[in-house]
Ligand binder design. Sequence first.
Ligand SMILES: [Zn+2]
Length: 124
Amino acid sequence: MNQERIEHFRSILLDQLRKHTEYVREDTAAAQELNDDGVKDSVDMSLMDHNKELAFRLGERESKMVADIDQALLRIEEGTYGECARCGQPIDERRLEALPTARYDAACQTAIEAEDGEDDIATL
Ligand SMILES: [Zn+2]
């Protein structure tokens, strides 16, 4: 992949990182707020628990996204961005456009997903 394309993906990743970092901060703040609410009414309680759980789960998912983006940016630094981490072949750029944090090409992703849950079974 040439430098121009790398810079293109780097700017996409940095943009996504900014957005997701923002979400994480908002989610954490929202969860904190719900924690400090001190609601006594039992009807409101169940709603609060639900909201708190939702905020927590969102935060968790966003944190994972941020980690994925960080990893992709690291691969840019290392010069391995756009290479499949499994077979070393270049990942299709259309795939990277759709999923800039992709670590594997489509074939390996499919193979990995097929292997999922079958770790203990020798397939060959
Ligand atoms: Zn591959």
